[in-house]
Design a protein around this ligand. Structure first.
Ligand code: FNR
Length: 357
């Protein structure tokens, strides 16, 4: 495997489309309904601008940062995304290797193609979080939390925005069914997920989730529980009140409620409400170093992305994933230099302007 050849993250989508089978590609790329929110996620970064700074007398900006008591080379993070075996035979194991090599935080999905233990081992000691889709079956929830703990996972991301799956039309048109097993479901009485559509898979997950569920999960595990899919200040405070040790601002990459706002547009009000009580992870639509910069300046502590990393995985395995992370981090460094911000702490204190787009 060699370094991926690309100029920016947008290039990767077309290249990946040529090698991932149609159904799998539609599942990865797609959003819900007519994909307005999916598109808005990226265009909304234009609603704020970075002020170029001159005479700053600085060089060599550094992207190291700390969050959740962990140290990273970059504020970038791998969002939890299901079924990476659709993109590459090594699936999440190669993603874990690439993310670790880039010094970033890896998040595993409940619906991974490889098991919690195998993906953790591939990361070779680098920090990983595990994303939980809460099941109606609490024995299964406890089993996954136990497996995560045993594997040395450092945090639990509880996804709250998918009590039903969004109306994803590519999957319907392609009659998409997962062609590969979901390793964590093999102990599930209903089977391992292969040969099923997403509606069937999600049906086994809980449709009804409330603050009491966060309390129950936080009481069971001693790992920090991070509430994912928060899009309003009210819900951020509700989650923290129920014991969440982190807030993950996300609209699931425009795959759930179409017609909702871009996650960047809601980040400032959520950050103001959270007021540094807990760290904030942000994702949805991040494709540029300037997007990462703006998300940090608007209140995020870590900035995650999904699809471009999966495309990197498809095109170049672990090395491909590493290249995508390093490329985005290099773009961020250019922006940091041009904005006169030497550290991630400086970026977090940078003021954005809001001229009409
Ligand atoms: C996801 N996402 C997701 N989220 C989650 O909590 N559990 C999951 O299993 C998945 N699975 C998944 C699969 C695929 C193919 C995609 C693209 C996304 C959502 C993911 O964590 C993240 O919120 C989005 O990917 C962010 O948007 P971008 O960066 O892809 O635009």
């Amino acid at each position: 495997e060699q370094k991926l050849d690309f100029i920016n993250l947008n290039d990767l989508e077309k290249e990946a489309e040529a090698i991932i089978p149609k159904g799998g590609f539609g599942y990865i790329r797609g959003g819900s309904e007519d994909e307005w929110t999916l598109r808005e996620n990226t265009t909304a970064f234009n609603h704020a601008q970075i002020v170029p700074r001159a005479l700053t007398d600085m060089e060599n900006p550094a992207t190291e940062t700390d969050a959740f008591g962990l140290h990273f080379k970059t504020p970038l993070m791998m969002a939890p995304t299901a079924a990476q075996g659709l993109a590459h035979s090594q699936g999440e194991k190669d993603t874990a290797r690439g993310v670790a090599a880039a010094g970033a935080l890896m998040a595993q999905s409940t619906y991974s193609s490889t098991s919690i233990a195998d993906t953790a081992a591939a990361g070779n000691g680098a920090p990983q979080f595990f994303q939980l889709y809460m099941s109606k079956d609490w024995d299964f929830n406890h089993h996954l939390l136990d497996e995560a703990k045993k594997a040395g996972i450092k945090g639990i991301i509880l996804t709250l925005d998918a009590p039903v799956d969004g109306y994803r039309e590519d999957d319907l048109r392609n009659h998409f069914q997962f062609p590969i097993p979901m390793a964590n479901l093999t102990e599930y009485s209903e089977g391992d997920g292969s040969g099923k559509g997403i509606a069937e898979i999600y049906a086994a997950a809980a449709q009804k989730i409330g603050p009491k569920d966060i309390e129950r999960i936080a009481a069971y595990t001693d790992l920090p529980v991070i509430a994912k899919g928060i899009m309003s200040p009210e819900d951020a405070l509700k989650a923290i009140g129920a014991g969440a040790a982190g807030v993950y601002v996300s609209n699931h990459g425009g795959r759930q409620l179409n017609g909702g706002p871009a996650s960047f547009d809601v980040l400032p009000s959520i950050a103001a409400a959270v007021n540094h009580q807990v760290p904030i992870i942000f994702d949805s639509g991040v494709r540029r170093g300037s997007h990462v910069f703006k998300a940090l300046a608007a209140g995020a502590d870590l900035v995650a992305f999904g699809r471009p990393a999966i495309y990197g995985l498809a095109l170049g395995g672990a090395q491909g994933v590493q290249s995508v992370f390093e490329h985005l981090n290099d773009e961020l460094k250019i922006d940091m230099q041009l904005a006169g911000t030497k550290t991630i702490a400086d970026v977090k204190h940078a003021k954005l302007t809001h001229f009409p787009a």
